[in-house]
Design a protein around this ligand. Structure first.
Ligand SMILES: Cc1cc2nc3c(=O)[nH]c(=O)nc-3n(C[C@H](O)[C@H](O)[C@H](O)COP(=O)(O)OP(=O)(O)OC[C@H]3O[C@@H](n4cnc5c(N)ncnc54)[C@H](O)[C@@H]3O)c2cc1C
Ligand SMILES: NC(=O)c1ccc[n+]([C@@H]2O[C@H](COP(=O)([O-])OP(=O)(O)OC[C@H]3O[C@@H](n4cnc5c(N)ncnc54)[C@H](OP(=O)(O)O)[C@@H]3O)[C@@H](O)[C@H]2O)c1
Length: 415
């Protein structure tokens, strides 16, 4: 007999899910959904936005392309179309994801933002509460909870002194679409990750005058070495060589191709690019043209920011720049701590505590997909493991759970 302690447990609409609840309909959530469908396991995907892959559809700039070759970015069981280029555009990637959802008949519940999820020890089930833009709430009850809300769920907006008094336009990179409207303007791009570099390049291509603020260090690598993707080359070498040696080889080759980037104000980290990615999750920049603009001084590299004042930014070296607009390319963070009431598996930064490859499975039917800082390839590998794991117990548990959970008035059942 199920004993729900909360008095208000059935006060909102209550849905019993015969299978896992997946939170997030980005590439990770879709991949898990597809792998489950292949085994005949039903699931419910909850998505706060009104479309699949909202990060790609709503929060990315127009010129974006995948920065790894397509074979490293495809989701399980459905390759990219053959006619796609080596590095698909954002539009092509979204079309691919839409056909992926169609192929596996995945129909997420849109406009349902998960605001609360907790494991109920007494009934050994997860309770997942969502809220819609119109304020209506639904409570889902399930045996498995798959967290697929992404490493980049929320923008990071730093609290920089004087930014409120700056007066000009200030946007985050997630709201930047194209450099057209910045024609002729002096724009400060804060942050020199892949977003900062590509936004600066785009601004430059639209005849704006970008400066890019790099407060610490960054690994800039060519996207390709001798015609092969740098990522692919690194993966190939890692089959035989230790990581530190692969890092050294990549850096030597990079030096031959890009030269010494430090003379342009881009300080290299003391740790190699792959080790830095593995230990701190910091992604190297794969250069697709920004460095050439930096060399020719069309993009101005500046150090960290001290403070803003009306129309001006003061840098840590004391220099002052007059600027019209600011683009904060200051990154993203996970939103898991805001809604998941759990502290064993996830740490308070919203990432699983266990390092790769043990970061996909928690206790009591909890899973995480897409949190390995290994991009789409990492998400696909997680999705396959998670679906297999759930599949192993699904059929026997289903029978038991149905017996445990009698039909309740006011509770909707999904098949
Ligand atoms: C500009 C940019 C470019 C990138 N390019 C690449 C690339 O080329 N290659 C690569 O491998 N990776 C790239 N990445 C990393 C990117 O995060 C992954 O490729 C991919 O989007 C991860 O998929 P995901 O499903 O895990 O997360 P997301 O794509 O972020 O999807 C998560 C989904 O969960 C939803 N969601 C969040 N919170 C809730 C909630 N509380 N309730 C309900 N729904 C919720 C979101 O609306 C979203 O639709 C890029 C990231 C950025 C920001
Ligand atoms: N084409 C592509 O495929 C593509 C394009 C864009 C992004 N991406 C991916 O998307 C993810 C996010 O990339 P991102 O570039 O948006 O974020 P990011 O890699 O986290 O970089 C954020 C940058 O902002 C800087 N920063 C943060 N706070 C700051 C502050 N207060 N003052 C000054 N600088 C500050 C950081 O500096 P510190 O290093 O000093 O913290 C860093 O340089 C990455 O995985 C990336 O690879 C991919």
């Amino acid at each position: 007999m199920v004993n729900f302690n909360d008095q208000d447990f059935f006060s909102s609409k209550c849905v019993w899910v015969n299978g896992p609840v997946i939170v997030g309909a980005g590439p990770s959530g879709l991949a898990v959904g597809a792998c489950l469908k292949e085994q005949g396991i039903p699931c419910v995907i909850l998505e706060k936005s009104d479309c699949i892959a909202s990060l790609w559809q709503k929060k990315t700039y127009d010129r974006l392309k995948l920065h790894l070759p397509k074979q490293f970015c495809q989701l399980p069981k459905f390759p990219f179309p053959q006619h796609y280029p080596e590095y698909p555009t954002k539009k092509q990637f979204i079309e691919y994801l839409e056909s992926y959802a169609r192929k596996f008949n995945i129909n997420p519940r849109f406009n349902e933002c998960v605001k609360f999820a907790k494991y109920d020890e007494s009934c050994k089930l997860w309770k997942v509460k969502t809220i819609s833009p119109n304020g209506s709430e639904v409570e889902y009850i399930c045996q498995w909870l798959v967290v697929a809300t992404g490493e980049n769920a929320e923008k990071v907006v730093p609290n920089i002194e004087g930014l409120k008094e700056f007066g000009g336009e200030v946007i985050h990179a997630c709201d930047y679409k194209c450099g057209e409207k910045f024609f002729g303007k002096k724009v400060l791009v804060v942050g020199c990750g892949n977003s900062g570099m590509e936004v600066s390049l785009d601004l430059c291509n639209h005849n704006a005058q970008p400066s890019i603020a790099c407060r610490s260090s960054v690994h800039v690598l060519p996207r390709e070495i001798f015609g092969t993707s740098t990522f692919e080359l690194a993966m190939f070498m890692m089959k035989w060589l230790p990581l530190w040696l692969v890092d050294k080889i990549i850096l030597i080759l990079t030096w031959f191709i890009l030269g010494n980037i430090e003379k342009y104000g881009l300080k290299r980290p003391s740790i190699g690019p792959l080790e830095l990615k593995n230990t701190q999750g910091k992604t190297p920049v794969l250069d697709i043209g920004a460095l050439e603009k930096i060399r020719s001084r069309k993009i101005n590299v500046v150090p960290g920011i001290k403070k803003f004042s009306c129309g001006t930014v003061e840098l840590v070296n004391g220099e002052k720049l007059e600027i019209d607009s600011v683009v904060l390319a200051t990154g993203y963070c996970s939103n898991v701590p805001y809604w998941l009431q759990e502290s064993e598996f996830f740490s308070n930064n919203g990432f699983p505590k266990a390092p790769f490859p043990n970061s996909w499975k928690g206790q009591s039917g909890l899973y995480a997909v897409g949190f390995t800082r290994r991009g789409l390839a990492g998400a696909s590998a997680d999705a396959i493991r998670i679906a297999q794991d759930i599949g192993k117990v699904y059929k026997q548990d289903l029978k038991q759970t149905k017996q445990k959970f009698p039909t309740h008035r006011g509770c909707i059942y999904t098949s």
